[in-house]
Design a protein around this ligand. Sequence first.
Ligand SMILES: [Zn+2]
Length: 340
Amino acid sequence: MTAAAKEQAEVFVQEIDKSFEEMPCFSQKKLRLTFEYNGVAPTRIPIILLKGKSARPRMWIQAVVHGDEYDGAISCLRLAERLDLHDLNGALILVPVMNPSAFFAYQHGSPYDDNVNLNRVFGENDNHSYSWEYGRFLFTIIAAEADFHIDLHGASKLNTIARYTGTANMGNACDKTAYDIARRTGCDYILLDNNTQSGNNRGRLNTALSMRGIPGIVFENGGGLSWTEEAAENHIASVMQVLFEAGYISQGEHWPESGETFDADDYIYFERDGLLIDYVPIGTWVKKGDVVLRMMNVETMEIEEILATKNDCFIFCIHNAAVCKKGNIAYCLARKTEGL
Ligand SMILES: [Zn+2]
């Protein structure tokens, strides 16, 4: 039997803290975390510690919590190369590949427990399969180490997505801190998350961190099976702006406030397998009954229309891979809401 996830994590919390203590100012160090779970190969997570003028405050910047969202991984590596550590107040922890088992399976979630979405297990408590335990391991470390959190996402290999920023809306003071900074990162949309979505849509990391008082911002952009120069640089620009606005670096300039605020209102899934024929562009405003996607049912050869389920929403994420599989996201709806 391996040790419980929390016990495994506590060893690495100590190792990270000790490393930061011992590192000279203005230096970086690579570490590897290891998570063990019975019956599968140990999970190795590469992390990069950057120490500026002091070991705290500490910002945790991660990518590839979803195994098929690649752009942010390159951004983390480039940030480690480019940052001027003499201008860094505090320290950074960069994690380019948060979910290695999913990453090496070209999958959104881990192959060890049937593609469970790792960003739906945080703060939720009803399962002990690999991804849930791994989530407990990660959360214990992040909650101990992060004074601020950035999570780099993308459209995944199956979808296309609006470039947007997300923050938690859990009624905690740190939500407002994150929201005010997110509004100064040049974004068009800010999606708020209050962890009340139905079905399998609770349990994102930034809502769980909010409950611990840790401000967190999600950035979404890019997608597909290859990272792109544009998306990797978009993520870097977003991170640099947060570092500046949160006081971690002093070189930069304030950007004007931007972005309209939305709730992620609804997630619609395919009910059958098929071949995608066409779909509306990201950002399309819909009313109930509008055709959003069309696919051919490969068994009956009939064309099926997938319709909008609500009024006054826009499409912020939509499936664009040729193959439609029952249970995959078809599209996601956002609805305008009040800001924080
Ligand atoms: Zn994601």
